[in-house]
Design a protein around this ligand. Structure first.
Ligand SMILES: Nc1ncnc2c1ncn2[C@@H]1O[C@H](COP(=O)(O)OP(=O)(O)OP(=O)(O)O)[C@@H](O)[C@H]1O
Ligand SMILES: [Mg+2]
Length: 286
């Protein structure tokens, strides 16, 4: 209720009487409150939308920068492939002709060879993460594929590789070069997870309907926390001083491009297992 009182005076200004008026303002109050509530809700919405818009704009700028950086990295990577290849051939030649050289020379040649191999993996990851080429799929036998991959990896003397493959594994239908890159990354991660050394186990099993083979890489290293597990496949996620954080992005992209999938199990302080499932070659598929 609202009460308004007016004083009525005569011509000389002497009060004659009061006029009191009451008014039911319940409805007006309700409308006013409703209006205020709507106004507040609108303000909150406008603030939220502005924030989202700003975030979207920042994300767009970030993506554009990343894509530009990706293109630069891609072309630099591409240009580095040739000199790396030449250096690798030169080291191979030197190791052949200097086989009688003293131990230090041979040791340094081995260091150069290993560093070239590490640079080659990084360049490969850089190129594969910028653009995954369509796979050139063919019949690929698992044992020679893994043996070849292991030859390209630098295995420290403190790490033992245990390769355990059943005799009768069906061949895969995949791009051999891409799948080698997948295992190069998983093997390097496994080795890097065991700075004190240990055993890295690689084994394979055929899927239920014999349409797939799962190849597992298990280390007994540092393992991962839940937080790490959640961010594992994010580009540029790394916990290593010398890491880039592209290895697992490439593992997932290349595996998926070859119609496969990757699963991870890990326990902090115990170790990790990466399981890569890939399609088997069928006469029909070829
Ligand atoms: N086998 C593993 N054991 C423990 N942590 C791992 C393992 N594999 C991956 N990680 C974690 O996931 C992160 C991302 O791995 P990823 O291979 O993508 O990048 P990176 O090894 O750090 O660098 P690079 O680009 O040189 O491979 C690692 O930094 C590490 O924290
Ligand atoms: Mg890695």
């Amino acid at each position: 209720m609202r009460l308004s009182v007016s004083l009525i005076s005569d011509a000389q200004g002497n009060p004659i009487y009061f006029v009191a008026q009451t008014e039911d303002i319940t409805e007006r109050k309700r409308v006013e409150e409703e209006f205020q509530r709507l106004n507040q809700a609108l303000e909150i919405k406008v603030t939220e939308r502005t924030k989202a818009l700003l975030e979207a704009q920042e994300e767009l700028v970030r993506k554009e920068k990343l894509s530009m950086l990706g293109q630069v990295a891609g072309s630099v990577g591409h240009e580095l492939r040739n000199p790396l290849g030449v250096m690798s051939n030169a080291v191979y030649f030197l190791q052949m002709v200097l086989s009688d050289a003293d131990e230090t020379v041979l040791e340094y040649l081995e260091i150069i060879k290993n560093e070239i191999a590490a640079a080659d993996r990084i360049v490969g990851d850089l190129l594969d993460s910028v653009r995954t080429k369509p796979p050139q799929r063919d019949i690929v036998y698992i044992a020679p594929l893994l043996e070849q991959t292991l030859r390209k990896c630098t295995i420290p003397p403190s790490v033992t590789i245990k390769l355990d493959l059943p005799e009768s594994l069906p061949p895969l239908f995949v791009d051999a070069i891409q799948i080698q890159q997948v295992f190069r990354n998983l093997i390097s991660n496994g080795i890097e997870a065991m700075p004190e050394g240990g055993s890295l186990e690689i084994w394979a099993q055929v899927g239920k309907k014999a349409e797939t083979v799962t190849i597992n890489v298990r280390d007994h290293g540092i393992g991962m926390s839940q937080e790490q597990l959640g961010r594992l496949f994010q580009p540029l996620f790394t916990t290593k001083a010398r890491g880039i954080g592209l290895g697992l992005v490439v593992v997932r992209n290349l595996t998926q491009a070859n119609e496969g999938c990757v699963h991870v199990k890990s326990e902090w302080g115990v170790g990790s297992t990466f399981a890569v499932t890939l399609p088997v070659y069928h006469v029909m598929a070829g």
